[in-house]
Design a binder for this molecule. Structure first.
Ligand code: SAH
Ligand code: SF4
Length: 405
C-alpha cells in the first residue's frame, strides 16, 4: 500500500516542524510583578488557575463570559463576581491586550494597527471593511517575521523573530474589537462589524500551529467570542504535513498561496515549494476535510508581470484544480519599497481571470485595500528584530504561578 509510508513521513515531518516552532516560543505570559494574563488560556487551564487559588471551577465559566463575551478587562466591572473576589483576582491576574503603538486608517476605510507585546516585539493587524455592508475581515498575524522568503512578500524580508502566543493572536482580534467598540460579542445571527478572520497577516500560521490552534479554539468557543469556523480562513504557503492536522482539528476554511503552476517558477517565488512541490500541495488540498462547493478552498494567486500571468499559466491552473472545490483569488501584486516585481497589466489579469472562470471556477480579482498605509496583502512588516543574543540554553527561568507566590 502507498498510503502508510506517506502518513509516516508526514508524521515525522510534523514532529520536526513542531520541535522547530518550540525554539521560537513566545515569552511566558506573566508580568514582571508575577500576575498572569488570563487571555490565551484554554478553558481547562483557566479552571486549573481557579482551582490553584482555592476557587471552584465555575469561576472559570464566569470569567470566560466576562473576558470573551463582554470584553471586559477590569475585574471591578465583572458585576456577577463579589467585590472581595474581584480584588483577589486582580492581585493575581490581568486580562491583557496588546498595546496599539500606532493606528492608521486608509482613505478606503481599511485600518491598520501596530501592536506591541510585553517583550517589545510588534506585529501589524488590519481591518478591511466591506465596502457595501456593515461587516469586514480582520487580518491577523501569527509570527513576528517569517522563516519563508517568498520573493514578492514584504514580510518575507524580515527574519523570523519569534512565534506569537495564543494570547497575542486572540489579543489582536480583541483589540481590534475594542477599537470599534464591538462588545459584547454579538450572538446568534446578529450582524458583526468584525465578522470574519483571515489568518493572512505576518508569518506562516502552520509553522506556529499549536498557538494558532489554541487561539482559534478560544475564538470559536460558543460562550465567548463565538465566531464560527466558517468565518475563519487560514492561509498557508503550503506546509503540507500541517494542512492535514489543521483540517482534522480545526476545520477552518483553507486558503493556499499557490502563485505559480510550474515547479520551476514556484521554486523561485515561493521557496517552500522545493520542499513540498505543487503535486504534493494539490494532493493535500484534495485531502482537506470538509472541502465542498459550499466551502471551497481559496487559491491565492499574486499576479506578477511576465512571471506567472500568461494564458498558458491560466490553463495549467485549471488543469491543476480539477476535482477540487476551488475559488481563485487573483491578487494584483502590491509593491513595497525595493520589491523586485511589477503588477501584471489589467488586460493580463482579466484575460487570466476569464480562462479560469470559463472553466467553472470563481476568480475574483482582489481590489487592493489600504495600499496608502501599506496595509495591503504582502505589505506588512515591522521593525522588530531578533534580540542580538538568544536566550540562554534551557530558556527563561520558569516563573511560578502567582498562586504559588
Ligand atoms: N504566510 C501565509 C499567510 C500570510 S500572506 C501565506 O503565505 O499564505 C497572505 C497572502 O498575501 C498570501 O497569499 C501571500 O502570498 C500574499 N502576498 C504576499 N506578498 C504579496 C504582495 N506583495 N502582493 C500581493 N499579495 C501578496
Ligand atoms: Fe511568509 Fe506568507 Fe510572506 Fe511567504 S507570503 S514570506 S509564507 S508571510
Amino acid at each position: 500500500m502507498q498510503a502508510a509510508p506517506t502518513a509516516d513521513l508526514n508524521e515525522a515531518e510534523r514532529a520536526r516542524i513542531l520541535a522547530k516552532a518550540a525554539l521560537f516560543a513566545p515569552p511566558p505570559a506573566t508580568l514582571p510583578d508575577g500576575r498572569r494574563d488570563l487571555v490565551g488560556l484554554s478553558r481547562e487551564e483557566l479552571v486549573a488557575e481557579m482551582v490553584a487559588i482555592g476557587e471552584k471551577p465555575f469561576r472559570a465559566k464566569q470569567l470566560w463570559h466576562w473576558i470573551y463575551h463582554q470584553g471586559v478587562t477590569d475585574f471591578s466591572q465583572m458585576s456577577t463576581i463579589a467585590k472581595a473576589m474581584q480584588g483577589k483576582l486582580a492581585e493575581r491576574f490581568v486580562v491583557g491586550r496588546p498595546g496599539a503603538t500606532a493606528e492608521q486608517t486608509s482613505t478606503d476605510g481599511t485600518r491598520k494597527w501596530l501592536f506591541g507585546f510585553r517583550d517589545g516585539q510588534q506585529v501589524e493587524t488590519v481591518y478591511i471593511p466591506d465596502p457595501e455592508e456593515d461587516r469586514g475581515a480582520v487580518c491577523i498575524s501569527t509570527q513576528v517575521g517569517c522563516t519563508l522568503s517568498c520573493r514578492f512578500c514584504h514580510t518575507g524580508t524580515q527574519k523570523l523573530v519569534r512565534n506569537l502566543g495564543a494570547a497575542e493572536i486572540v489579543g489582536q482580534f480583541m483589540a481590534a474589537r475594542d477599537s470599534y467598540g464591538e462588545w459584547p460579542s454579538p450572538t446568534d445571527g446578529t450582524p458583526r462589524l468584525l465578522s470574519t478572520i483571515v489568518i493572512m497577516g505576518m508569518g506562516e500560521p502552520l509553522y506556529n500551529y499549536e498557538n494558532v490552534a489554541k487561539a482559534m479554539r478560544i475564538i470559536m468557543d460558543g460562550e465567548g467570542i463565538a465566531l464560527s469556523r466558517r468565518r475563519i480562513t487560514l492561509s498557508t504557503s503550503g506546509v503540507v504535513p500541517m494542512m492535514d492536522r489543521c483540517g482534522a482539528e480545526l476545520g477552518v476554511g483553507l486558503a493556499v498561496s499557490l502563485h505559480a503552476v510550474r515547479n520551476d517558477i514556484r521554486d523561485e517565488i515561493v521557496p517552500l515549494n522545493r520542499k513540498y512541490p505543487i503535486e504534493e500541495l494539490m494532493a493535500a488540498c484534495r485531502r482537506y476535510p470538509g472541502a465542498s462547493n459550499a466551502r471551497r478552498i481559496t487559491f491565492e494567486y499574486v499576479m506578477l508581470k511576465g512571471v506567472n500571468d500568461s494564458e498558458a499559466d491560466a490553463r495549467e491552473l485549471v488543469r491543476l484544480l480539477q476535482g477540487i472545490p476551488a475559488k481563485v483569488n487573483l491578487i494584483p501584486f502590491n509593491p513595497w519599497p525595493g520589491s523586485p516585481y511589477e503588477t501584471s497589466s489589467n488586460n493580463a489579469i482579466h484575460r487570466f481571470a476569464r480562462i479560469v472562470q470559463e472553466a467553472g471556477y470563481a476568480s475574483p480579482i482582489r481590489t487592493p485595500r489600504g495600499r496608502d498605509i501599506l496595509a495591503a496583502c504582502g505589505q506588512l512588516k515591522t521593525e522588530s528584530e531578533r534580540a542580538r543574543r538568544p536566550r540562554a540554553e534551557g530558556g527563561a527561568p520558569a516563573t511560578p504561578p502567582a498562586s504559588a507566590a
